[in-house]
Every structure is written in structure tokens, then in C-alpha cells.
Design a protein around this ligand. Structure first.
Ligand SMILES: Cc1cc2nc3c(=O)[nH]c(=O)nc-3n(C[C@H](O)[C@H](O)[C@H](O)COP(=O)(O)OP(=O)(O)OC[C@H]3O[C@@H](n4cnc5c(N)ncnc54)[C@H](O)[C@@H]3O)c2cc1C
Length: 506
């Protein structure tokens, strides 16, 4: 693996091991992005030394840390799975199934020996004199500090803080006598059987928790400020089933079904833009089919925004709506005025009583893993940089961040960014280059500099709350994360590594 080089002492904490290991590449995080990156590195850059550092005590990221009842994907696993490993189950998968799939990738490709668990990275310092990053991590198991150096940082740390979800502050919360639980930190001992439960939220998480627990609760209220769009359907893929009947190889099925799903999704996204009203009607008709003619869909399931401005969650077999139709879950659309001792007081004046309140209210965005970055002794604020295609940052050397898609499966971009990183690493090696950082080109001098995301295009709360922390974008494809898989899939392989947007040095 890596070499052993200089002596170094960390800034604080217990002393690091005297010898500092060095790697060509350090991957941050062993979620679906980091494990995918490691796979591609071994295949496309053989001989490259690398290590994955991971805070948790195992792989999986999102699928390991989220343990609320019913936890499952909301997009299909043919596209959420990697392009190189066939998915053979039902399209919507449980966390357990996704972890099993990732475990197979690790085992089949002998990746385990590269992963170090219980290593939380605290700081990353770039030195242009040495052309390398110095990474300091803290071990969760014994508190030791570990220092590792690397030529290149592959940031696969996702986009939100795993330790704690986002819960707004409402008046009176401290007086509430029941238990408040965030799904991201669901207590293993939470007993909701025969209890009155209020779930706050309207996104994919709320839509998953509610059908999973409603049958066991004495009463369940889904309390939302405003409704969300959902798509319903069978948790099956007809094309995959037919191809299996014909005894087609799983590798082929994976590729064909991926292409079909992506083709259909593209058509759907285009329709959302060109005829949002028609799409809206169809989505609402899907909900109506479960809830019946008399249900007040206008209040509870008709969003105020046009389809696709926020992620549309897939509800397999309409389980959420079946629960509502059966009277197991009541939907209340109102605003919270504050907590009482017994529950929640709404702005309409109504009071909801509950023994447990589940706050499915979203994430805390984490920009680059909450790691303290510096470049040549200067503290780095990513908000001062402009992003190169949502993966590199002006003035930040030898670093790529994997930020996937919201409108298509995240993992599609994991494979694509990996192809780019491997091409870049091979290019640098072939030309004896040690450092690369993007910079705005002469022709970009008058380019408009904008926030990371266009809120008109996509505006989930956790992004808009934290936009000021994120890098900036420009108005050209090179200088933004377009969230458009269908154009990026053609553009990425053609990225010219000799473009003047890349400043190299030896
Ligand atoms: C409940 C839920 C369901 C979702 N469902 C879907 C879906 O169906 N389809 C879809 O496309 N997307 C979905 N997403 C988005 C999802 O997060 C991504 O698709 C994907 O799992 C992210 O993978 P990742 O490896 O990039 O990041 P993560 O899964 O967040 O993993 C990052 C890893 O990096 C580690 N890490 C972070 N900081 C540090 C540090 N400083 N030092 C060391 N290690 C660090 C973390 O511990 C973590 O293990 C869902 C998200 C959630 C929360």
C-alpha cells in the first residue's frame, strides 16, 4: 500500500504514531461514493496506492447510519447501483439490501484491506512546497490522532452531517413531556407500540416511517406544513422480469434496464419542464386512486411548487396512501405554533396530542465533511471558491468532491466522476505533473458568479438553508453542477484535460 515517510506531530490531542504513512490517493468516506471510487481506482489506475478513512465502524454511509423503521431507497437500484455490478432484486431496496450489495462489491474486489474505520478526519492541509495533503484524523475507538499524507483527496463524504439531523426550534419544546426523536438518530429502544405518534414532515423520510409504524401505533398523525409530490407504482420492473424469464444474463439485464429507466426519467423530467400542469394532474391522479374521490387531496397532497423542484419520492405499492385510506394515519396540513406539555399547538388553533414526536424535518448540510481545510497555511473557505462542474474548486489543488444527482440516482455521478478522476490521475502521471487546481479562464472574466444551486430549478430546505456555505457556480456548464445527468454523461468523457481551466505544476 502506501509508503512511510516524514516524522510529524499533530496539532492537538494524543500523539500520532511517529511514522506518517503516505498514499497516492486518500478517499474520505466508505459510503456508496467512496466504495465506488475505490473500485474504479483499482480498475482504471492499477498500482495506485490508496486508503479510505471512514468515521463509522463499518461501510455504507447513509445506509448504515439511518436505522429508522422502514428505511429504504426512494430511487430504483438499477440506477442507484453501480454500473459495474448488476442489481438483481426489486427496484426499491431496504438499507439492509443496499448494505449487502455494497459488501459484495467490497469482497469481490478485495477492497476491505484499503478501508480504515473509526477514523474521523479533522483537518486537511495542502502544502505546495511538498505537493501533498496532510490529513489529521481522530480514532473513534481509542482517541488517538493519526496523520497521513496523500497526493490527492477524493472527497466522498456525502453532503450532510450524519451525527445529527435538522430539527427546527419551536417555542415550548422544552416543556413537552413526551419524547422527541429525529429519524436520523432513531433510538434502538424507542417503543411506539400503542402510543400516539406525531410525525412532522412531508418528504421521503416521513413517507417511509409512517407506513412502517402506523399499524403498531395507537394513533399516528402526519403533520406537514405543505405537501410534497409522490409517484406511486409497483415495486417491480416489468422489463427486468421479462428479460429474466428469457434467461438473459444479469449483466445485460442491468445495462438494458438502466438505459430504459434513464430514458423514461429523461422524458419525465422534460415533461415536468414543458408541461408541468399535465404532470401535476397525473401525479395527483395517482394519489387519488388510493385515497378515493372524497379525500381532500387539494389540501393534503397538492404541492405549491411545480413538479421536480424538489426530489419526487417513489412510494412502492402506494403503502403510505393505503395507510391513510385505512384510517391508520391521519394527515394534518397546518403550521406549528409551538409545543405544549402534551403535544403540538397549530396555528389554526387545533392541538395535537402525542406521546412521541418524530421530526422528519431534514438534514444539516455538511460542506466537505466538516473538515478544517487550509491551502499553504491559509484557512480555506469553500464559499470563496467557484466550482468546476460541481467536483473541483478554484484554487484548491488535487481535490475532487463527489456530489451526486437529486433528479436521478446519486450513484450515476459516482461512476462518472470516478472516470474523470482516474483519467486525470493517469494524465498527471503520464506527464509528470504533481499538482492541478482549476482556475477561471480569461474567457470567464465577465462570467456571472452565482450561488451553488439555482433555487428556481431545485430548492430543498437543507440546501437553501446552507447555500451561503457552499462554493459558487458560474453560468457556463464548466462552472456548475448542472444536476443534469443526460447532458453530463456526454460532456464528462470529453472534458479536455489540457483546457486552461486546469492549472498544473510539476
Ligand atoms: C434516508 C435517505 C435515503 C436516500 N435515498 C436515496 C435514493 O433512493 N436515491 C438516491 O439517489 N439518493 C438517496 N439519498 C441520498 C444519499 O445520501 C446518497 O444517494 C448516497 O447514499 C450518498 O452516498 P455518499 O457515499 O456520497 O455519502 P454518505 O452516504 O453520506 O457517506 C459518506 C460517508 O463519509 C463519512 N464521512 C463524512 N465525513 C467524514 C470525515 N470527516 N472523516 C471520515 N469520514 C467521513 C461518513 O461517516 C459516511 O459514512 C438518500 C439519503 C437519505 C438520507
Amino acid at each position: 500500500m502506501g509508503g512511510t515517510e516524514t516524522l510529524e506531530r499533530p496539532a492537538a490531542g494524543r500523539p500520532a504514531a511517529a511514522r506518517v504513512e503516505h498514499f497516492d490517493v486518500l478517499i474520505v468516506g466508505a459510503g456508496i461514493s467512496g466504495v465506488g471510487g475505490a473500485y474504479h481506482l483499482t480498475k482504471q489506475c492499477p498500482g495506485t496506492s490508496f486508503v479510505i478513512l471512514e468515521t463509522q465502524d463499518g461501510f455504507g454511509g447513509t445506509w448504515r447510519t439511518h436505522r429508522y423503521p422502514g428505511i429504504r431507497s426512494d430511487s430504483d437500484l438499477y440506477t442507484f447501483g453501480y454500473r459495474f455490478k448488476p442489481w438483481v432484486g426489486a427496484p426499491i431496496a431496504t438499507a439492509e439490501e443496499i448494505l449487502k450489495y455494497m459488501g459484495e462489491v467490497i469482497e469481490e474486489n478485495d477492497l476491505a484491506r484499503h478501508i480504515r474505520y473509526n477514523h474521523k478526519i479533522l483537518s486537511a492541509r495542502w502544502s505546495s512546497a511538498d505537493n501533498r495533503w496532510t490529513i489529521e484524523a481522530e480514532r473513534a475507538d481509542n482517541g488517538d490522532r493519526v496523520v497521513i499524507t496523500a497526493n490527492f483527496l477524493w472527497m466522498c463524504q456525502g453532503y450532510y452531517r450524519h451525527e445529527q439531523g435538522y430539527t427546527p426550534e419551536w417555542p415550548g419544546m422544552a416543556n413537552y413531556r413526551g419524547r422527541i426523536v429525529h429519524p436520523q438518530t432513531w433510538p434502538a429502544d424507542l417503543d411506539y407500540k400503542n402510543k400516539r405518534v406525531i410525525v412532522i414532515g412531508s418528504g421521503a423520510t416521513a413517507a417511509t416511517v409512517v407506513p412502517a409504524i402506523a399499524g403498531d401505533c395507537a394513533h399516528l398523525t402526519l403533520l406537514q406544513r405543505s405537501p410534497t409530490y409522490f409517484i406511486t407504482g409497483r415495486n417491480a420492473n416489468d422489463l427486468a422480469d421479462t428479460l429474466r424469464q428469457l434467461d438473459i444474463k444479469e449483466e445485460w439485464i442491468h445495462e438494458i434496464v438502466r438505459r430504459k429507466i434513464l430514458y423514461d426519467q429523461n422524458a419525465f423530467t422534460q415533461r415536468c419542464l414543458s408541461e408541468p400542469e399535465a404532470v401535476k394532474k397525473e401525479l395527483l391522479a395517482g394519489v387519488r386512486a388510493y385515497l378515493g374521490a372524497d379525500y381532500d387531496i387539494a389540501t393534503h397532497f397538492t404541492p405549491r411548487y411545480r413538479p421536480w423542484r424538489q426530489r419526487i419520492a417513489f412510494i412502492p405499492d402506494g403503502d403510505l396512501f393505503k395507510g391513510v385510506a385505512a384510517g391508520k394515519a391521519e394527515v394534518v396540513t397546518d403550521e406549528i405554533d409551538g409545543f405544549t406539555e402534551k403535544g403540538i399547538r397549530l396555528k389554526s388553533g387545533r392541538e395535537l396530542e402525542g406521546d412521541i414526536v418524530v421530526t422528519a424535518t431534514g438534514f444539516n448540510l455538511s460542506v466537505l465533511g466538516d473538515i478544517a481545510f487550509s491551502v499553504d497555511g491559509k484557512t480555506l473557505d469553500f464559499a470563496d471558491t467557484v466550482t468546476y462542474r460541481g467536483m473541483m474548486f478554484t484554487g484548491v489543488p488535487n481535490l475532487v468532491w463527489v456530489f451526486g444527482y437529486f433528479r436521478a440516482s446519486w450513484t450515476l455521478r459516482v461512476d462518472m466522476v470516478a472516470d474523470f478522476v482516474c483519467r486525470l490521475l493517469n494524465h498527471m502521471k503520464a506527464h509528470g505533473l504533481k499538482k492541478v487546481a482549476p482556475a477561471l479562464r480569461r474567457e470567464d472574466a465577465d462570467m456571472k458568479i452565482l450561488p451553488w444551486l439555482d433555487e428556481e430549478n431545485f430548492n430543498p430546505g437543507y440546501m437553501t438553508r446552507s447555500m451561503h456555505l457552499l462554493p459558487k457556480r458560474g453560468d457556463k456548464p464548466e462552472w456548475q453542477h448542472s444536476q443534469d445527468y443526460w447532458s453530463e454523461k456526454d460532456q464528462f468523457p470529453k472534458i479536455d484535460l489540457d483546457d486552461t481551466a486546469f492549472i498544473y505544476s510539476r
